[in-house]
Design a protein around this ligand. Sequence first.
Ligand code: ZN
Ligand code: ZN
Length: 161
Amino acid sequence: MDVTLMPVGTIGRPLLEAVKARLESLGFSCFLSKEHSIPDKAYNPLRNQYLVHQFLDLVNTEEGHHLLITSVDLYIKGLNFIFGYAPGPNAIISIARLQGARLEERTVKEAVHELGHVLSLGHCSNPRCVMHFSNTLSDTDYKSVKFCSECLKRLPPSFQE
Ligand SMILES: [Zn+2]
Ligand SMILES: [Zn+2]
């Protein structure tokens, strides 16, 4: 599957390159696009967070698959925050809550997780599987960057090792 990796806001180049390399090692074809600015209208001053939908609107009229990576904290109605979101052909992740020594590893996991949803995978009960739902950072740290064998079976042949 071809994916355009799109930074929204300032994301370090080494982090983007690391995500790109890991996605390619898993079977995605990845292209890095230029940086886009954060959609101002998405900001909610009462929450000091950004509503996710305006971000996805940046690419929803474009062909193909996009993975947006933003530096700001995202939310959706009914949830305190989201690590990522993938309602259709495009997905987004936020690195705002992934900071620390494991930033790169966490970002890769959330990227793979959301792209798994784009590939029609649901959440997996295996806590080591990348498709396990992360409620907290410790869930993210516990799971691996890989799809478990059950999830892998549901993916196209290009993802089989
Ligand atoms: Zn999920
Ligand atoms: Zn799984």
